[in-house]
Design a protein around this ligand. Structure first.
Ligand code: DAH
Length: 348
């Protein structure tokens, strides 16, 4: 046995394994090399006859060749098995063909609703800012004039991050500040006012997270958008005009609105906006609550360094699912998250 002979056995084993195209072919080729009567097995038996002084070198070479043959053998097995798996998948696809009509997607109803809302507000000079999903307590509550012990915080219990986490792009405000999943898009008011100077006219569509039990009207993850307008001399009249415009664009020119006093820490006065209109199925011709809104609280302006003696503003925070459900007569919020094509197709 010589190193050259071993090399030539390795070379032909490699070529042979490379050529096998199925499991039976692989098995019979393997037998011709590594089986009891295989070429390599026969060759290795010759080690006994190698002169003593050459044994270490030839023995080492034999081992290397064995490893290389086994690697080629394993590689070939993996390849023929992958080939076999591929052949169970049916005919190859042609990615250049258009998708068949029945599997073509459509925009999700929540996104359709966002598109509509953003369109309406862009038309009257608002621009879009994206709220963060991972927020801090300061942005979510304190800066929005909700003190730590205020009972209204209980309504927005949420998911807190483990202590010790620091997000470099959004450092905590003091050592008590904790990270949480944002419960409301109102945080975008604070982030925008800290960065930009009035006049500010934005809407901020985003996701909210709350510890809520799922039912027809609640989900622990839902969508909202925040509207904010801050400038000199912004009055309640401007605010009501903006709400009326938006409601009529959404629900039709005959929709009526009314403001009902309510409490939200970051607005004063704060309201629930009610709507009444015809042609809305079960909701036709009766008042229903649509979203919270109000005049920006002077404390909020102070918290972001805007002088409330000079500037004023209004804010509103509609739930997107709520609007989508009312517009399309959907009676269970959970449909939006189940990805059931029977539902999605009806609203495509
Ligand atoms: N962020 C409030 C919530 O999730 C909704 C809201 C109410 C937003 C009044 C506002 C507002 O901007 O003025 O319950």
């Amino acid at each position: 046995m010589s190193p050259e002979e071993l090399d030539s056995i390795l070379a032909s084993a490699k070529t042979g394994f490379f050529a096998v195209a199925s499991r039976p072919e692989w098995e019979s080729f393997k037998a011709t090399v590594l089986g009891p009567k295989g070429s390599f097995t026969a060759m290795s038996k010759g080690l006994a006859d190698v002169p003593k002084d050459q044994k270490p070198t030839i023995g080492k070479k034999l081992n290397e060749v064995k490893k290389a043959i086994e690697a080629a053998c394993d590689e070939a097995l993996r390849r023929v098995e992958a080939l076999a798996a591929l052949s169970t998948l049916g005919p190859a696809i042609d990615p250049t063909l258009p998708a068949p009509r029945e599997i073509m997607g459509s925009r999700h109803p929540i996104n359709q609703t966002y598109d509509r809302i953003v369109d309406i507000f862009k038309g009257i000079g608002f621009s879009v800012r994206l709220p963060r999903e991972l927020e801090t307590e300061w942005f979510c509550f304190d800066a929005l004039n909700s003190p730590p012990d205020h009972p209204s915080r209980d309504m927005q219990d949420t998911y807190f991050m483990p202590e010790g986490i620091v997000v470099p792009s959004s450092p905590p405000h003091g050592d008590k500040d904790r990270y949480l999943l944002g419960t409301q898009t109102s945080t975008a008011q604070i982030r925008t006012m800290l960065k930009e100077k009035p006049p500010i006219r934005i809407i901020a569509p985003g996701r909210c997270f709350r510890r809520d039990d799922a039912d027809a009207g609640h989900s622990s993850n839902f969508h909202q958008f925040e509207g904010l307008y801050v400038d000199k001399n912004v009055s309640l009249k401007d605010f009501k005009a903006c709400m009326d415009y938006f409601v009529r664009e959404l629900f039709g020119p005959n929709a009526e609105t009314r403001l009902r006093p309510s409490y939200f820490s970051f607005v004063e006065p704060g309201f629930e906006l009610d709507v009444r209109t015809a042609n809305l199925g079960k909701l036709s011709n009766r008042w229903f609550e649509i979203w919270g809104c109000g005049m920006v609280h002077p404390n909020v302006l102070k918290n972001v360094g805007i002088d409330p003696e000079i500037y004023s503003g209004y804010a509103f925070g509609p739930g997107v699912e709520r609007i989508a459900m009312i517009l399309r007569g959907v009676d269970d919020i959970r449909y939006y998250y189940q990805n059931d094509l029977r539902f999605l197709k009806q609203l495509a």
